[in-house]
Design a protein around this ligand. Structure first.
Ligand SMILES: Cc1cc2nc3c(=O)[nH]c(=O)nc-3n(C[C@H](O)[C@H](O)[C@H](O)COP(=O)(O)OP(=O)(O)OC[C@H]3O[C@@H](n4cnc5c(N)ncnc54)[C@H](O)[C@@H]3O)c2cc1C
Length: 463
């Protein structure tokens, strides 16, 4: 008899996990649950705008750890790129909608492989609202059905942003408030007044560019605690041997920051900014994060997180130029500070913002308010009923910094409220942010999907 596995979440992580499993065995019946019938793309790649670009070059966006050029080769057969050279396409930041097409193609191929091998993948386009353990099985429930499973994997991805500080509750239900920046209905934007964007990261950039693509011509104001400038991806062509590429653990946060500052100084001597150090360090982030003490992680969150965010979340030059032009033309104002007050009226929303640089309040009349503060990671504050149910009944627990679920990152087994590993309940993707710090990008998720598939299938005979 086949074992059954329920994967909750049919974005990149969930569909690639299914693919990695069926490539290894046909001993599982896979139930893949997703909120909507659109699989694989998730919010990241389910977009139509040409301005929404990948923030990683094409040659580094393969969905398969063992085939680094898979995406690039797929692109070279795509009508848009088949006459272009491999090196040009490989170093391009392509539209995210193209990546969505690629993931769609992988998913269709996955279904064909499953059919050829006689494996079973059953897609259930419904929201999972609870998972209960009954003896040795899980009962996975949606509003319409209950599925019994031996194993469950949570691959629920990024949650919608949480409520911004100092926003009145009444705004949350107002038509002018957009709580989910990845699913904006642009026909509902108020086109006659400026827009306020809360947050100043990659999602802010996407939102500004999308507003303009939708012919929004009013001013855009963005507010975030530090108002840092967004950095572009620069091609340094440097052969810089950063010590952070081969960093040895244990290392304290202080030692790490000292090492980083020392290398920044070296690069600055030559007029080079520190991004190559970040790139060199990136593959080692999880290893270093995991050995930090609780206090060091908290210190990182308080003092280093924002700077790390700027250095790590860079954008293609073409997007950077547009954002710079917006600022130079005073069409986009990026403020450091905070939202102090928001007063709703029939004429619009009167917002008072604390300008950290000027040390004074500024007032603006805005129409729409868009929340770009980043995914909510505190389980009880998310809109995901399943995660809340699992948390409330103690089947999962949250890390002390409220960044995600507690889990054993070698086995992907989640940890319950009694500090025990759940033998058959796994998690991958953004849910592991508290354990790994970086656990969102394709390059992290594709490895997790493969590693978990290897673990799940090693116990079963190869077919
Ligand atoms: C706008 C944006 C751009 C990005 N660009 C890049 C990039 O250029 N390069 C890169 O490497 N990474 C990028 N990322 C990171 C991105 O998060 C990952 O690449 C990847 O798409 C995440 O996949 P996922 O499966 O973990 O999550 P998601 O794609 O969010 O998929 C999770 C799925 O689970 C479903 N789900 C959740 N809860 C339930 C439930 N209870 N029941 C049923 N279904 C449920 C959701 O509806 C969703 O479809 C980007 C992210 C965003 C948001």
């Amino acid at each position: 008899m086949r074992n059954s596995i329920s994967i909750v979440g049919g974005g990149f992580a969930g569909t690639l996990l299914a693919r990695q499993i069926i490539e290894r065995t046909k001993q599982y019946t896979i139930y893949l649950f997703n909120h909507t019938s659109e699989l694989a793309k998730g919010v990241a790649y389910d977009c139509n705008q040409n301005t929404a670009l990948l923030n990683v070059i094409a040659s580094k966006m393969s969905a398969f750890p063992d085939d680094n050029e898979n995406f690039l080769n797929w692109c070279l057969n795509h009508p848009n790129y088949k006459n272009e050279s491999k090196s040009i396409v490989g170093s391009a930041f392509l539209p995210r909608k193209i990546y969505g097409e690629y993931l769609n193609a992988i998913w269709n191929e996955t279904l064909s492989i499953a059919q050829e091998k006689g494996s079973e993948i059953i897609v259930i386009s419904e929201k999972v609202i609870s998972i209960e353990k009954v003896v040795n099985q899980f009962v996975v429930s949606t509003n319409d059905q209950k599925i019994e499973s031996d194993i469950c994997v949570l691959a629920t991805g990024n949650e919608e942003p949480g409520k911004p500080k100092n926003c009145p509750d009444s705004l949350l239900t107002d038509n002018n408030y957009f709580s989910n920046p990845w699913k904006i209905d642009f026909s509902k934007i108020n086109y006659s007044l400026p827009v306020l964007i809360i947050g100043n990261g990659l999602t802010m950039v996407d939102t500004v560019l999308s507003l303009r693509e939708h012919h929004f011509s009013q001013k855009i104001i963005s507010i975030s605690p530090n108002g840092f400038n967004i950095l572009p991806h620069r091609n340094f062509n440097l052969d810089f041997k950063s010590q952070l590429a081969t960093i040895q653990t244990p290392i304290s946060l202080l030692e790490l920051v000292q090492l980083f500052n020392q290398e920044v100084k070296t690069l600055r001597k030559f007029g080079v900014s520190p991004e190559p150090i970040i790139d060199a360090f990136r593959p080692n982030v999880a290893k270093v994060w995991q050995q930090f003490s609780k206090e060091e992680k908290a210190k990182f969150m308080g003092r280093v997180r924002h700077i790390w965010g700027v250095a790590r979340h860079r954008i293609p030059f073409v997007s950077y130029d547009k954002i710079m032009k917006e600022q130079i033309n005073q069409q986009l104002e990026i403020l450091a500070g905070k939202l102090v007050h928001l007063n709703q009226s029939n004429e619009g929303n009167k917002v008072t913002l604390w300008d950290k640089r000027l040390k004074s309040n500024k007032e603006f009349m805005v129409g729409s308010v868009i929340n770009c503060t980043g995914p909510e990671t505190k389980i009880v504050a998310t809109k995901n009923d399943l995660l809340k149910q699992l948390y409330v009944c103690g089947m999962i627990s949250q890390d002390s910094l409220l960044l995600g679920l507690r889990a054993n990152t070698k086995t992907f087994r989640t940890i319950n409220a009694e500090n025990q590993e759940n033998e058959q309940l796994f998690a991958i993707g953004s849910l592991l942010k508290g354990e790994l710090w970086e656990s969102t990008a394709v390059n992290e998720l594709k490895n997790q999907a493969k590693e978990l598939a290897v673990l799940l299938t090693n116990e079963l005979p190869k077919t």
